[in-house]
Design a protein. Structure first.
Length: 264
């Protein structure tokens, strides 16, 4: 889940690119375990549920609670058990969806922050980025720009890279390579990771914008996802692991490209 506090890092705040990169990596590691934590909690609720009902009723009687209060608390415990059974029946799909969307948020926002940090601190990257816009849109005479302007620029550059990359709407891996290439960093994402990352990006959009229902074009791209009668994509633990691995390998590729470019 999006965290309220940034994770503590040993990276110097002066090295903005490295700090953004390391913070993103730390968040990705945290999200890697999110589904397991939530599933373990549900296992405990399901396993201890019957005992919980007995203890609620016993404690309520001993403390003289009103019968309607005891009935309500026991009903809540039963509802929790029912919900756990529902989650288990669908192989924890909704839990995995939450973990996946959190993971993707950390990756996507983190990558934007890395690019924004480069625009703020690396003159050559800022100059190359400014040249992608109409003259005067981003004035190098006013560089270094503010954090807000650099983040705005990073988001706009992504859309430009989308337009300049063949099939840039689907091929987000190639789009990322295009964008970093403009700024002077060579990002080489392994082909298997690229393919899975592209699928994960499509699934993320389907989950957020169509309640998980695949359209004809989505099924054409990834026919193995259309296993349900209503074309609802299911996020299993295996699929979540595959998407997480692709995101991590992509982040490592970005890290290697940034290091090779000498960005700090």
């Amino acid at each position: 889940m999006p965290e309220l506090q940034d994770r503590p890092l040993g990276t110097s705040p002066e090295h903005k690119v490295l700090q953004a990169m390391h913070l993103t990596g730390s968040r990705l590691v945290g999200d890697r375990f999110l589904a397991s934590y939530l599933t373990d909690c549900l296992h405990m609720v399901g396993g201890l549920g019957p005992v919980h009902k007995v203890l609620l009723a016993d404690a309520g009687l001993k403390r003289g609670a009103a019968p309607e209060t005891i009935t309500r608390l026991v009903a809540q415990a039963e509802d929790n058990m029912r919900w756990v059974s529902e989650m288990q029946a669908e192989d924890y799909h909704r839990v995995n969806v939450l973990a996946f969307l959190s993971l993707w948020s950390a990756y996507e926002s983190g990558t934007e922050n890395i690019i924004a940090a480069a625009l703020e601190t690396i003159n050559s990257a800022a100059t190359a980025a400014a040249d992608k816009f109409a003259r005067g849109t981003y004035d190098m005479a006013a560089w270094p720009w503010s954090d807000e302007k650099c983040l705005e620029m990073a988001q706009k550059l992504d859309q430009k890279a989308k337009q300049k990359t063949p099939d840039g709407g689907w091929d987000v891996a190639a789009r990322l390579t295009t964008l970093f290439g403009w700024l002077g960093a060579d990002v080489a994402i392994p082909p298997h990771a690229s393919n899975t990352l592209n699928e994960a990006s499509m699934v993320r959009n389907v989950l957020l914008h169509r309640y998980g229902r695949l359209g004809p074009r989505d099924i054409e791209r990834a026919p193995h996802l259309a296993v349900n009668a209503n074309n609802a994509v299911q996020i299993t633990r295996e699929r979540l692991g595959q998407y997480s691995q692709a995101v991590n390998e992509t982040h490592i590729a970005v890290m290697e490209g940034v290091y090779a470019a000498g960005w700090k």
